[in-house]
Design a protein around this ligand. Structure first.
Ligand code: NDP
Length: 255
């Protein structure tokens, strides 16, 4: 086994990727499978494309349907995974939504939907998975998708609910890391800057033009550029890293 496989390899591990049917989740699912993990995608619609990309390269991937905002669906999904795969080692808590609205345009239902999906959904999944890890003596790794928006408030688009949800994810991550350190469960977050995916690629060109001068690297990142950070957090390479937030943003948050 090579040195890199020994440190970053995920052979024998089961990794859940929420929202892994497209976008960042799909690319990370492929990366986790290439590192040797058996990947389970959880989303509301399907993961056909992700499954065919992974299995086409000889990797292992399956889909379990659940809405991360619904505790009973998450519990049922994790029970199914335990029955089929026997363990849960890694959770990439990635499912999320964003609404560009001024606070006066938005209604409280908009706020609730974003907080429910991005913050409460990650809480429900992390809590349910960690319980299973503890019951089975698994020293797992939970990686919560945050955003640079948890550190800065974006301009020129208004997205108060999203920014608040991601700030919540970062602090929830620190809190859970402290609480679960005694079980050997590590909890970290990932905070990307603007990444080219369906969520951001379809945004109007004038908005992207407004972002560019604010990004010191003058470009959006790619989902592939997030994979190494997730592999680090998922593997034994990060054995002493917990409660951290890894920012991958082309230096956006530096000024
Ligand atoms: P996409 O919109 O491409 O993908 C989001 C995924 O989340 C979809 O697969 C969707 O699947 C799933 N999802 C949404 N709501 C739920 C739910 N209630 N239950 C289960 N699954 C759900 O987004 P991105 O790939 O761009 O973003 C992924 C994550 O990265 C998000 O948390 C986002 O906030 C974060 N992020 C993105 C950035 C970017 O620039 N793109 C920057 C920083 C952070 P389905 O509809 O089938 O349920």
């Amino acid at each position: 086994m090579s040195y890199l496989d020994e440190i970053f390899g995920l052979a024998g591990k089961v990794a859940i990727v929420t929202g892994g049917g497209r976008g960042i989740g799909q690319t990370v699912a492929i990366g986790l499978a290439k590192a040797g993990a058996e990947v389970v995608v959880i989303a509301r619609s399907n993961a056909d494309e992700t499954i065919s990309k992974i299995t086409g390269e000889g990797g292992k991937c399956c889909f379990v349907r659940a809405d991360v905002t619904k505790e009973a669906e998450v519990d049922a999904a994790l029970a199914e995974i335990m029955q089929k795969s026997g363990r849960i080692d890694v959770v990439f808590n990635n499912a999320g939504i964003c609404k560009h609205q001024s606070t006066f345009e938005a209604c409280v239902a908009d706020w609730r939907e974003v907080i429910d999906t991005n913050l409460t959904g990650e809480y429900i999944m992390a809590r349910a998975a960690a319980k299973i890890m503890v019951e089975n003596g698994i020293h797992g790794s939970i990686i919560n998708m945050a955003s640079m928006s948890g550190t800065i408030a974006n301009i020129p688009q208004w997205q108060c609910s999203y920014n608040a949800s991601k700030a919540g994810v970062i602090h929830m991550t620190r809190s859970l890391a402290l609480e679960w350190a005694k079980y050997g469960i590590r909890v970290n977050s990932l905070s990307p800057g603007y990444i080219a995916t369906p969520m951001s690629v379809d945004t109007p060109q004038e908005l992207k033009d407004a972002w560019m001068p604010l990004i010191p690297m003058h470009r959006m990142g790619t989902p592939e550029e997030l994979v190494p950070a997730v592999l680090y957090l998922a593997s034994s390479a990060s054995g002493y890293t917990t409660g951290s937030d890894i920012i991958v943003d082309g230096a956006y948050t530096c000024f």
